[in-house]
Design a protein around this ligand. Structure first.
Ligand code: ADE
Length: 230
């Protein structure tokens, strides 16, 4: 079973992982998710996890040692371990990455806050043979921390794990899945009942029962959408 260890100073963010498909996947034993409080690895009365940046500048930087202790603890036992460090400076998260991570045995998510984590954490684990380190961003905007980014990634990854979705066929036609030609196009627009709503009718071809024509229509609409969103 795939294991996910999430390290954060706000464990409550991850209560959402008890809901819906992910909650069900957990109770069915398809995924094992554990949330860890970084502050359990902080020293001193204040349990401080950050400090001022060397070289000056605004904000605080997360100290390396609590991260080192937390990551060492969750990575006991044999690897490989994929360590994902959430940062707006990371590689942009895509459906292809979600697909790749959905095949991994052990993912560790390091949710930084403030101005990020002391870079030596990335350097140290990158030098460890049992680790693959990925700095990942979910998009070109700045969040207050990596927790929401981790939730986004987990949702995209876990739904790809076999058995998690009720109908795995729904994966084949959805947005960002590569076509047989290797292109990523977004999904065609969908319609359900009623056939007319507020004066708007469902495209007639979808009611025709002509499967070849429907397929061609959907491809054409999907291509239109793909072009329009760029
Ligand atoms: N932390 C802050 N902003 C982020 C982003 N866009 N992606 C991932 N982690 C972040």
């Amino acid at each position: 079973m795939a294991r996910f260890d999430l390290i954060t100073i706000f464990p409550d963010y991850f209560e959402a992982l008890e809901l819906s498909l992910i909650g069900k996947a957990r109770t069915q034993g398809l995924v094992d998710i554990a949330v860890h409080d970084l502050r359990d690895h902080a020293e001193g009365v204040h349990k401080s996890v950050d400090d001022t940046p060397y070289g000056g500048g605004a904000g605080m930087v997360m100290s390396p040692e609590p991260w080192g202790k937390a990551i060492d603890l969750v990575s006991q036992g044999s690897g490989p371990h994929d360590l994902i460090i959430l940062t707006p400076a990371g590689k942009k998260f895509t459906q292809a990455m979600a697909e790749e991570f959905s095949h991994r045995e052990h993912l560790i998510f390091a949710c930084g806050r403030y101005e990020g984590i002391d870079h030596r954490v990335t350097e140290f684990y990158s030098s460890q043979p049992e680790f693959r380190v990925h700095e990942v961003s979910i998009g070109d905007y700045v969040l207050n921390g990596g927790e929401v980014a981790t939730l986004v990634m987990l949702e995209a990854i876990i739904r790809l794990i076999p058995g998690v979705l009720g109908n795995p066929l729904s994966l084949a036609e959805e947005s960002h899945t590569l076509t047989s030609e290797g292109e990523a196009i977004v999904e065609y627009p969908n319609f359900t009942k009623p056939p007319e709503w507020r004066g708007l009718e469902v495209p007639e071809i979808l009611l025709s029962g002509n499967h070849a024509a429907i397929k061609a229509f959907r491809t054409q609409e999907a291509v239109k959408r793909t072009v329009n969103r760029e």
